[in-house]
Design a binder for this molecule. Structure first.
Ligand SMILES: [Zn+2]
Ligand SMILES: [Zn+2]
Length: 265
């Protein structure tokens, strides 16, 4: 199994990350990655860029040297009743100012400690489902975090109902969110049972990590998780999924998609 897309990475716009967009394009190309997404933190996180960062991503070339980049955000799942951040009215259970939505190709929705105080399984599950139902996110980010346990059956069913893919985050197996493994395996199993979809993501905070999915691949192999449920193996699959959310990427990336080697489709 090989992946060609990475849907989660941070640039220096989130200040605890250390690479630029240019660095990511260079690293992605040298690794044979076809598509990556930058997903810096949305406004509720202490190290988030000013929200203008997201509106101006339109100036970044969509394709450089054969590699495509999606314009993304890692949004924060907000506690119930706290749907206003830094004076911006939010549409929903996520901290995405309404005026940013048209500029975003992809939204990962995640729990983060500075924004959401860890609570009960029921509270996490309800908040995540509210985020899915907002229609604003396409991916549930690092859901294996042991600080935010969720009810896997309810989560996967709601994700499928709202067309949200479950992320399996490589860094959860290597250096972040220690203790995620059992939760991730349970989620993979539940996704398979319900005939749903995942993405594999590096959550890179430095360009050399982009496309690193080896731990995800190893875990998936260990339980015979079917490759057809992994959107990251083909830009065609990922773009078709995002188009179902009205992103029109098959149009915006039409020439590039056509130019891809068929072995990767
Ligand atoms: Zn995160
Ligand atoms: Zn992240």
């Amino acid at each position: 199994m090989r992946t060609f897309c990475d849907t989660h990475a941070h640039t220096i716009a989130s200040t605890h990350a250390y690479s630029t967009v240019h660095d990511y394009f260079t690293a992605a190309r040298s690794k044979g990655l076809q598509l990556f997404s930058i997903t810096d933190h949305a406004p509720a996180m202490p190290d988030a860029p000013h929200y203008w960062h997201f509106g101006n991503m339109k100036i970044i070339p969509r394709v450089m040297n054969g590699v495509a980049m999606l314009r993304g955000i890692e949004a924060n799942i907000l506690p119930e009743g706290k749907h206003e951040v830094q004076g911006h009215r939010n549409l929903s259970a996520l901290d995405i100012p309404a005026n940013l939505v048209p500029f975003l190709d992809i939204t990962v929705a995640s729990f983060h400690e500075p924004v959401f105080t860890p609570s009960s399984v029921k509270t996490h599950t309800r908040a995540a489902i509210a985020a899915f139902e907002s229609g604003l996110c396409q991916i549930f980010g690092h859901p294996g975090n042991p600080h935010y346990p969720v009810e896997p059956e309810e989560i996967v069913r709601a994700a499928k109902d709202n067309n949200v893919a479950i992320e399996i985050n490589n860094s959860s197996f290597t250096h972040s969110r220690i203790g995620s493994e059992a939760y991730c395996l349970k989620l993979l199993d539940t996704v398979d049972k319900h005939d749903w979809k995942v993405v594999f993501a590096s959550d890179a905070h430095i360009a050399w990590d982009v496309g690193e999915h080896q731990a995800c691949i190893a875990k998936a192999r260990s339980i015979d998780f079917p490759e057809q449920r992994i959107l990251s193996t083909s830009p065609h699959k990922l773009v078709a999924f995002l188009d179902e959310h009205g992103k029109q990427l098959s149009k915006k990336l039409a020439d590039w998609l056509e130019s891809l080697p068929t072995m990767a489709s």
